[in-house]
Design a protein around this ligand. Structure first.
Ligand code: TYD
Length: 249
């Protein structure tokens, strides 16, 4: 099927064979707003777009989310926390993500397995290897094709946060700096799928960066040299399922 790209050029939507894009970053990085803006624009050019979030996105996942984020659960053990995030993700992959990818949709997820690597692997210091192993098992090895990591300074981030803190948001500054280290580590280790987006400045400016990064990869919205992108979607690189060589914390 031919559909119109943003610049009026025609593209072939049959080229899109199911793509998973994850949005990552600390609370206050603005990733959720960026996800919504991208979803709207991609729908506008005729793509089948599914948006979801973690933890949650399913009935089971939302129930697990309530357990995970309740500020009352101060006694939760780090390993229990890691398993609950993985459980919510397993349900999401099975119930929402894989069926959507199978019909050729673009799935945009607000957080995915890199959150577990950053928050549980580094923040809770459970270790990179165990959390990758757990995530690979929970998702039956479904990695995103593209991960947009929104990075913003501590000052700007805390200025954007409001409302009551959930259990994770109540963590210390050292915890969040370990989480940032975790993301930086993954951006390096999986540089083939990670794009670090400067999330400072107004929403519109950040969106231009989001749009450019996505377009460079897939060419869904592009003009000129960017049209067509460098990738066409499809199954995730099987090499990522090889548990060797991820390094250690
Ligand atoms: P949420 O309100 O969705 O936060 P945000 O708006 O920052 O995305 O809460 C999710 C919280 O759970 C957030 O603090 C990050 C944390 N988290 C983990 O620690 N591990 C994970 O695997 C995931 C998916 C989230």
């Amino acid at each position: 099927m031919a559909i119109e790209a943003g610049d009026g050029a025609l593209m072939d939507s049959s080229r899109v064979t199911g793509v998973l894009i994850s949005f990552e970053g600390l609370d206050g990085s603005g990733k959720s707003t960026q996800l919504e803006l991208l979803a709207e624009e991609l729908r506008g050019v005729g793509l089948d777009v599914v948006t979801t979030r973690e933890p949650g996105g399913t009935r089971v996942g939302e129930a697990v989310r309530a357990v995970l984020l309740s500020p009352a659960h101060t006694e939760m053990a780090p390993r229990a926390e890691a398993l609950l995030y993985a459980a919510a993700r397993a349900q999401l992959v099975e119930e929402v993500v894989r069926p959507a990818l199978a019909r050729g949709a673009v799935v945009l997820t607000d957080r995915y397995l890199d959150s577990s690597i950053a928050y549980q692997g580094f923040g809770r210091e459970l270790g990179l290897d165990d959390i990758i192993t757990l995530s690979v098992w929970a998702t039956d090895c479904l990695f995103p094709e593209l991960t947009l990591y929104y990075h913003v300074s501590e000052e700007e981030r805390s200025g954007r946060n409001n409302g009551a803190a959930d259990r994770l948001e109540a963590e210390s500054g050292e915890f969040f700096s370990r989480v940032e280290t975790g993301y930086a580590h993954m951006a390096d280790l999986h540089s083939h799928r990670f794009r670090v987006i400067d999330a400072s400045g107004p929403v519109g400016e950040v969106y231009r960066r989001t749009r450019a990064a996505v377009n460079e990869e897939f060419g869904w919205l592009g003009t000129g040299a960017a049209a067509g992108g460098t990738r066409s979607g499809g199954p995730v690189v099987p090499a990522e399922c090889d548990l060797e060589g991820h390094g250690t914390v």
